[in-house]
Design a protein around this ligand. Structure first.
Ligand code: ADP
Ligand code: MG
Length: 688
């Protein structure tokens, strides 16, 4: 159901196909004649595949995708209808977009937003609708979406990488692109249980819930046999994803009970980003068909591992060479090391942007919680690469070329060379042989932001290298000096040890001076730090106005998310938890009274103690609910977004935790039939 290269080749006239291909591959301008021909063929193809409508499909700053369906049908003069779709309709749309967040970029009187066709991401059919991937911008041209800056960042890295490749004498490469494979983690629970919990319904995570007697401590779920119901889900999911051209390759159980992972085959960053958005949507839809709910939240259950998204990233040429793949010859390896160094420098120079790119209220629960990388950005290179870099820095020959054989201890297994990298699952940014894996991205978030920052930061390193090398007298010496200098200046970002260790955080911040922005309000304002604005505007990824708007929107999203959670807690506590605790206490008290009436020598000490504790907890719950309610209401008086976010971080969060603690204790001493919600144990072990 994808209008991909194969489909295009089959239905487009040869000259139109060639023209379009030039646009896709090399960014050549597209003329309206070609657009008309593509539109017409695309419509015929779509109608033949059952489509009746089309939509410009875009990614506003809400974090999800948006679509507005129009039918192909136009009235014809003879009273009938014809199916029409013009190049103009393909290229440009004008959705009424006044309700999408714009961070003040689009005053309400100028509500118009424009969508513009992105020919580099294939159109596809979803439920009888032809979806055309588009960028979304304001009347005055500011980006209102995530795709526009992503495409700009890809262009930036393309420009700079080409300069470097030319210096290495490569004149054949026309285009350099980044590729991404985003591994997606998620939880599956039954819909029946999900719908009984307002917290899951409104916020996607449990805001209350006592620990289950069994959690993930046995590690018996990880890579374990997949349960039949989950297997049926995965099978169906794969089929739906394959229809949309998303090649889901591996799937396995994750560490936590009910947690799973899906990995697609990597593709161009732009398509990978579109695909990931689509994948999240399809995962939820297919779950509903199976009576399940797919939870994409970063931390659906306290005390249980949360979910992330591993952004596997590499840079490749249109001729199919992965620039992050170590080569066979010294020449190839010089090029590899230069690109590797560009990434090292980028990650160090723009730690803050990488941290910002994954900052959401949900991800704050996960980063640094000993299940995901800490909030401190560092990178893992593995022993061999680190040794190579050390040798270069110290100007000594590298003696480790004899690749270490991995000994398996079993003779029947073939011996094979150890990868240049060993594995480290605790690093935020790990080199895995021919790509980097950025592990800080949250499971519910778009991968666009992470890749925008990564592409831009690496483009900036490459630019500084190209500037230097283009004027160099002796290329080889200049390269060696550049690599040496990069290692010397930036080795503080390289860390091959255990990232979950507290000692690392101390070393990172106190000895190495790495940044540690623990929460979203801590880091977001740095988006508009002078150095960041300078870099991102220099590469035309964002304008300063766009950055300010995004800063505002990110903080606003943080505040809104937590206020919804706080309000949900207040409602749950007042209307369900307190009545349940009261009912149970009253019934226990009544039972004790009955017993004593029956036999006055009975002391009913246990009942009295229980009723007393339940009453105390009820008072505490009531008190803490009131406090939370008052504090949340007071946020309304704060004008400035940054101040509001800080007030939430410094006040509301602790109040939510306190309320939860009292409620969770009450859950552990209230009879099960009184408790209004399915327990953690039931939620986590419900799907079999
Ligand atoms: P690993 O064993 O390192 O997890 P996999 O082959 O399972 O590697 O790949 C994990 C993810 O990384 C997959 O989504 C895969 O498509 C993606 N991936 C593999 N190679 C690349 C690459 N060169 N660039 C980007 N992503 C890649
Ligand atoms: Mg992985």
């Amino acid at each position: 159901m994808v209008f991909d290269d194969r489909a295009m080749k089959a239905v487009l006239p040869a000259d139109v196909y060639r023209s379009l291909k030039k646009t896709i591959d090399e960014g050549a301008k597209l003329d309206i004649g070609v657009a008309n021909a593509v539109a017409s063929a695309m419509k015929d193809w779509a109608v033949a595949h059952g489509a009746t409508h089309y939509t410009h499909w875009f990614q506003p700053l809400t974090g999800i995708t948006a679509e507005k369906h129009d039918s192909f049908i136009s009235p014809s003069p003879d009273g009938g209808v014809i199916m029409e779709f013009s190049g103009k309709e393909l290229i440009k749309g004008e959705p009424d977009a006044s309700s999408f967040p714009s961070g003040g970029l689009r005053a309400t009187f100028e509500a118009r937003g424009y969508t513009a066709w992105d020919p580099t991401s294939y159109a596809f059919i979803k439920e009888n609708t032809l979806c055309i991937p588009t960028a979304f911008c304001s009347y005055s041209g500011e980006a209102l979406d995530k795709k526009t800056p992503l495409l700009r960042s890809m262009e930036a890295i393309n420009r700079q990488a080409l300069r470097i490749l030319r210096l290495f004498g490569n004149d054949t490469v026309k285009c350099v692109r980044t590729s991404v494979g985003a591994e997606q983690e998620y939880f599956l629970i039954t819909k029946e249980m999900h719908d009984r919990r307002p917290d899951l319904l409104f916020s996607g995570r449990t805001l209350f819930g006592a620990k289950s007697p069994k959690g993930q401590e046995m590690d018996d779920h990880y890579f374990g046999a997949i349960k039949p119901r989950v297997e049926a889900y995965m099978k169906d999911l794969n089929r739906e994803l394959w229809k949309l051209g998303i090649l889901a390759k591996t799937e396995h159980n994750e560490v936590a009970p009910a947690q799973h992972e899906l990995a697609p085959i990597y593709t161009t960053t732009n398509i990978a980003t579109d695909n990931n958005q689509l994948m999240m949507e399809v995962m939820q839809k297919v779950a509903a068909k199976h009576g399940l709910v797919c939870l994409l939240h970063e931390k659906p259950f306290e005390g249980v591992n949360g979910s992330g998204k591993h952004n596997n990233w590499s840079i490749a040429t249109d001729t199919g060479v992965n620039l992050l793949s170590p080569g066979e010859t010294p020449h190839e390896n010089a090029q590899f090391l230069l690109f590797l160094c560009a990434v090292i420098k980028a990650v160090d120079d723009y730690q803050d942007l990488l941290r910002i790119s994954v900052a959401t209220a949900g991800n704050d629960h996960r980063l640094g919680a000993n299940e995901a990388p800490p909030a401190v950005v560092s990178m893992f290179l593995g022993d061999e690469l680190s040794a190579i870099l050390d040798a270069i820095e110290a100007d000594v020959p590298y003696n480790g070329t004899e690749k270490k054989q991995m000994r398996l201890g079993v003779d029947v297994l073939p011996k094979f060379n150890r990868d240049t990298t060993d594995r480290n699952r605790t690093s935020p940014f790990a080199f895995t042989g021919n790509k980097f894996e950025f592990r800080m991205v949250g499971s519910a978030d778009s991968i666009a932001c992470a890749n925008i920052m990564l592409n831009s930061a690496v483009a900036e390193s490459l630019k500084s290298y190209a500037d230097r090398l283009e004027g160099a007298e002796d290329f080889d010496t200049a390269i060696r000096e550049l690599i040496k200098k990069t290692i010397k200046d930036h080795k503080k970002i390289i860390f091959n040890g255990n990232g979950y260790d507290d000692a690392w955080i101390k070393e990172a911040t106190e000895e190495r001076g790495l940044l540690n922005y623990r929460t979203t309000p801590d880091c977001i304002p740095h988006l508009v730090d002078e150095k960041n604005v300078k870099m991102l505007t220099a590469h035309h990824v964002y304008t300063e106005t766009e950055l300010k708007a995004r800063c505002e929107i990110l903080l606003e999203n943080y505040c809104k998310t937590i206020v919804i959670e706080a309000n949900t807690m207040v409602t749950m506590a007042k209307t369900q938890i307190l009545p349940a605790v009261d009912d149970y206490a009253a019934d226990v008290a009544a039972a004790a009274a009955t017993k004593q009436a029956f036999d006055e020598t009975l002391t009913c000490g246990r009942e009295k103690k229980l009723v007393r504790r339940l009453s105390e907890l009820a008072d505490l719950i009531d008190e803490r609910t009131e406090e939370l309610k008052t504090a949340t209401a007071a946020l309304g008086g704060i004008e400035d977004m940054k101040e509001e976010a800080e007030a939430i971080r410094d006040g509301i969060l602790a109040k939510m935790e306190a309320l939860r603690a009292a409620c969770d204790e009450a859950e552990t001493i209230t009879a099960k039939e009184y408790w209004p919600y399915p327990s953690y144990g039931e939620l986590l072990f419900s799907v079999r």
